[in-house]
Design a protein. Structure first.
Lengths: 136, 156
């Protein structure tokens, strides 16, 4: 728990996009560790896009909001585009009332639409037993 | 400023309800470490459910509690949150009382303005939390700590 290197949050790479998500139990230290880990991965994996699913977040307070804004800014400086997907409606209402605009953070209704915005398209399912091609 | 400040108590209550009687079910959370911020969220979430808030009000109250608890942790060096469920005119509510023994807030009006920050946040903590609650009161004494009392009533 005290290791600064990893938060245990999976960061997956699909082509030139990283996919990850924030957990509801994220505390301040973990949020900062996650920021560092993600920026390292953006650079190491040379990705152009990052999808962050936040559908598990039951609240976004000003600290988490700041973390998301900083993440988006750092990613942009590294040449990657961040999309935050799946915000719960009550969280959106509360953020507006808090007066937080998430300046510079792109959002999408859900992960699927976020991936579409990052250039991924759903292709028809290959027939059963078809040869699987890992490249697109 | 110095002479006056000693006794400055600033009230920002939209309305104070003196006859609101507290129910026996009060919860106390002591805030000393960062992990306690999560404990605060859990305790407040459980209380909002028990009082019968809808999901949007639950989110508002838990978010406000998170802001206030973080303020107490960062600026007040820790503190104590008390959650209770006052009643008035047959209606139920949830009241958060956050007390810290920190340096106090020199200028509460400035601290309530969005964008004001002396710490690591966005500066929306105090003013934002006030907008999320129905009643909001800050009592602060320079050098003598800060108490924030914030209440939200269940809509009827």
């Amino acid at each position: 728990m005290s290791g600064p290197a990893s938060t245990g949050v999976p960061i997956l790479r699909l082509g030139d996009v990283l996919i990850t998500g924030l957990l509801n139990e994220l505390d301040d230290k973990a949020a900062l560790a996650f920021t560092h880990e993600l920026t390292e991965r953006i650079s190491a994996d040379r990705v152009r896009g990052v999808l962050i699913d936040i559908s598990r977040l039951e609240i976004i307070d000003s600290f988490v909001a700041r973390t998301l804004m900083e993440l988006a800014m750092m990613a942009r400086l590294l040449g990657a585009r961040v999309i935050v997907a799946g915000m719960r409606p009550p969280v959106a209402i509360t953020l507006v009332e808090l007066g937080i605009e998430l300046v510079g953070v792109e959002t999408a209704l859900n992960a699927e639409q976020g991936m579409a915005a990052l250039g991924w398209r759903q292709s028809p399912q290959p027939p059963e037993g078809a040869h699987r091609d890992s490249t697109r | 400023m110095t002479q006056l400040a000693n006794t400055s108590t600033t009230s920002h209550a939209a309305r104070t309800d003196t006859d609101a009687a507290a129910e026996p079910g009060t919860t106390r959370v002591v805030l000393t470490t960062e992990e306690d911020l999560l404990t605060v969220r859990h305790a407040v979430r459980a209380a909002t459910l028990a009082v019968g808030f809808g999901i949007v009000d639950q989110t508002r109250v838990v978010t406000a509690a998170s802001e206030l608890a973080r303020n107490a942790y960062i600026h007040g060096g820790g503190g104590v949150l008390t959650i209770d469920c006052p009643r008035r005119h047959g209606g139920k509510g949830l009241r958060l009382t956050i007390r810290d023994e920190g340096p106090g807030i020199p200028d509460v009006d400035a601290a309530l303005v969005d964008g004001f920050t002396t710490g690591a946040g966005l500066g929306h903590g105090l003013g934002g939390a006030r907008r999320l609650m129905d009643e909001f009161e800050v009592r602060t004494v320079p050098g003598g700590g800060t108490t924030v009392v914030a209440t939200r009533w269940v809509p009827r």
